[in-house]
Design a protein around this ligand. Structure first.
Ligand SMILES: Cc1cc2nc3c(=O)[nH]c(=O)nc-3n(C[C@H](O)[C@H](O)[C@H](O)COP(=O)(O)OP(=O)(O)OC[C@H]3O[C@@H](n4cnc5c(N)ncnc54)[C@H](O)[C@@H]3O)c2cc1C
Length: 291
């Protein structure tokens, strides 16, 4: 059963920030409600005020310029990302992951900021955006701050958000030359969160040497995890089966998974290795084909 609360519906971002400042200790933001309503129904979240930001159209946008890169507003839905022609051209991995993220009903209502702020380490967007080196912008009535999305995650369902802050935007830098990103997850139920997911970004020079790599794991720890030792294996090397095997084994050592009803820790580590091999190869092949 959901406890009684007062429902507030700001008309502008300024109004939303004022409401947040007024009720910081006793309020929750709701946007699409796809995650929040579940935990409220379970009694895990109890709040006196709900601030509904779904109607803030000023935060619903996807823009790009060659210098600053991509900006996605907080209330942008998953479905808008999936349907974006701009993203299909500039960041096709984001379109690809949305096609396997939840159901079309959830994608129609669920939003980018809701997905990221929920802090679920099995989410698909966070690892992919971290592999793309994204920043997140937070606002309060006192001002703005930005941080890398990697730093945003601090613990199990915990983020760096203060009580009076909200997520307003995600910023992704322009993709560097000869760089590609790939993401996949292993899931038992189609279009659900993965048992484990792996995102990989690879930059390759004209001689076929990897000059930079990022490997980010989902549902392999309490937060999205950079497999930094696995990344180091790749840098300065040329693609080979033995290199991929070494990177995969190292990345599964970087993981910090738990055993639960869905999979054992050992199986999750095994999956990290398998998916790391596949995603690094996919990103590497795509990057090497770029001019
Ligand atoms: C059946 C089902 C399947 C799913 N499958 C997947 C999947 O395969 N992959 C995946 O990644 N996700 C999956 N999800 C999660 C889904 O993507 C998220 O539920 C959705 O994106 C959350 O967005 P929302 O706008 O509904 O957030 P809400 O439910 O409204 O909010 C979620 C949390 O974020 C906070 N919040 C919302 N907006 C802001 C903001 N602007 N600033 C600060 N805090 C904010 C809320 O206070 C709350 O704590 C699934 C969900 C369901 C119900």
């Amino acid at each position: 059963m959901i406890h009684d609360f007062t429902y507030l519906r700001p008309g502008t971002l300024q109004e939303a920030l004022r409401m947040l400042a007024d009720h910081a200790d006793e309020c929750k933001i709701i946007c699409g409600g796809q995650s929040l309503l579940i935990v409220m129904r379970q009694g895990l979240v109890v709040t006196d005020y709900l601030i509904d930001i779904k109607g803030l159209r000023e935060l619903s946008y996807i823009t790009y310029d060659g210098k600053e890169g991509l900006r996605i507003g907080a209330t942008t839905t998953h479905r808008s990302i999936e349907k974006s022609q701009l993203l299909r051209e500039k960041y096709p991995v984001l379109v690809a992951i949305e096609r396997r993220l939840a159901s079309i009903q959830v994608r129609n209502w669920g939003t980018v900021a809701g997905n990221l702020a929920h802090g679920d380490s099995s989410g698909d967007l966070a690892p992919t955006l971290i592999a793309l080196d994204a920043n997140i912008r937070l606002s309060s009535s006192k001002g703005d701050r930005a941080m890398s999305l990697e730093e945003f995650y601090t613990g199990l369902f915990e983020t760096a958000l203060s009580k009076n802050e909200m997520v307003v935007e995600v910023q992704v830098p322009p993709v560097r030359p000869r760089t590609a990103t790939a993401y996949t997850k292993f899931n038992l139920l189609q279009n659900d969160q993965g048992i484990v997911g792996v995102a990989a970004t690879v930059t390759v020079d004209r001689r076929g040497t990897c000059t930079d790599a990022r490997i980010v794991l989902s549902n392999a720890g309490v937060t999205p995890i950079r497999a930094k030792n696995g990344e180091r294996i790749l840098t300065g090397k040329k693609l080979s089966d033995s290199l991929l095997a070494e990177a995969a084994e190292t990345a599964s050592g970087d993981a910090d998974p738990v055993s639960d009803i869905h999979a054992s820790e050992t199986f999750r580590r095994h999956l990290v290795g398998v998916l790391t091999k596949r995603m690094v190869r996919q990103a590497w092949d795509q990057a090497a084909k770029l001019s």
